[in-house]
Design a protein around this ligand. Structure first.
Ligand code: ZN
Length: 324
């Protein structure tokens, strides 16, 4: 099929509609399928669509969630499983069942959530011709524009396009941090000033959660929601404001609670990579809960030892932030 046919197919997706269910920003139609497709275009822009197979990854879930936030009210939760499953009725998206789960897969009419999808499906194959069009920058942008213009209010077009640019910039920044951290600043300088901070934060977080596979280095927590949001955050050991250092060795993957505890100096990390707790966690009135069990616990280490946290930065944190 030529480009025009795929533009046509993408603009005629079967989507739910209703003014009571969906806001004006999405032209009162369900935005799930267009947002998933925008996310897939972003994977291609990164060079991550080397075959026509689209896997169910947390990265894809994060792209989808970031687009969702732009066009949907904060109280509405997006579920990636819905468009991933239901796009199969649009002709170019072919789900691949898990081996041995073909019958269970064939029986599904309504998908319950990501759990059911992952149990029965390994991913989806795109039409090979569509994948080719998506992998060429010029035609990819034509398909992107077709989606944005068809399914979203003009007030949101610029933000959706900007999000695509931020997603690409953040990906490139994260890969640079992982491979040549010293080049990070140069790459950042090329970003437009209005999105530079977003690219930097998103890119730094992506690098850190990738190194630690979304696990909190202090308590070991790894939690991903049904919507495929990970609770993992990326913390700087020596804060960004001090020496603008996004080197992954100046980063830690932390859950929300441990992030706060570390930033407040209630926990530190010794040169043996063990947790040390401030006496202040047990002052009158505090109930430190599981935090008090972390004393002397060995840090969750990155598989790749070249990303080990920088001992100088950890010592700086012990000297300047840690509450003795
Ligand atoms: Zn934690």
């Amino acid at each position: 099929m030529p480009l025009a046919d795929y533009v046509n197919a993408l603009q005629r997706l079967r989507t739910d509609s209703g003014a009571a269910k969906y806001p004006a920003s999405t032209l009162h139609r369900a935005p799930h399928k267009p947002l998933l497709l925008l996310s897939v275009l972003d994977l291609a822009a990164r060079g991550e669509l080397s075959t026509n197979f689209v896997s169910l990854t947390i990265d894809l879930g994060t792209l989808f969630a970031d687009y969702w936030k732009l066009v949907m009210p904060p109280a509405r939760r997006g579920n990636l499983a819905l468009p991933f499953f239901h796009l199969k009725s649009d002709g170019f998206w072919h789900l691949v069942p898990q081996q041995g789960k073909e019958e269970a897969f064939a029986a599904i009419r309504q998908i319950a959530g990501m759990g059911q999808l992952r149990e029965t499906t390994i991913g989806a194959r795109l039409d090979a011709e569509l994948r080719m069009l998506i992998c060429i920058a010029e035609t990819r942008e034509q398909l992107r524009n077709a989606l944005i213009e068809q399914y979203f209010h003009p007030d949101h077009h610029e933000a959706l396009r900007q999000q695509a640019a931020i997603n690409l910039g953040a990906f490139q920044y994260s890969e640079t941090l992982l491979n040549q951290p010293r080049s990070g600043q140069a790459l950042l300088a090329e970003q437009p000033s209005n999105s530079k901070q977003q690219v930097r934060r998103q890119g730094f977080r992506r690098a850190i959660v990738k190194i630690y596979d979304h696990r909190c280095v202090l308590c070991g927590l790894r939690l991903v929601t049904e919507e495929w949001k990970s609770v993992a955050t990326a913390a700087h050991i020596k804060p960004w404001r001090i020496d603008h250092n996004d080197d992954p060795r100046n980063g830690l993957c932390l859950c929300g609670t441990c992030h706060t505890v570390f930033d407040l100096g209630l926990a530190g990390i010794t040169e043996q990579y063990r947790v040390t707790l401030s006496r202040q966690i047990s002052i009158d009135g505090n109930r430190a809960g599981y935090i008090s069990t972390l004393e002397n616990r060995e840090l969750i280490m990155p598989d790749n030892k070249s990303y080990l946290p920088d001992l100088n930065a950890l010592q700086w944190h012990l000297d300047e932030v840690f509450l003795r």
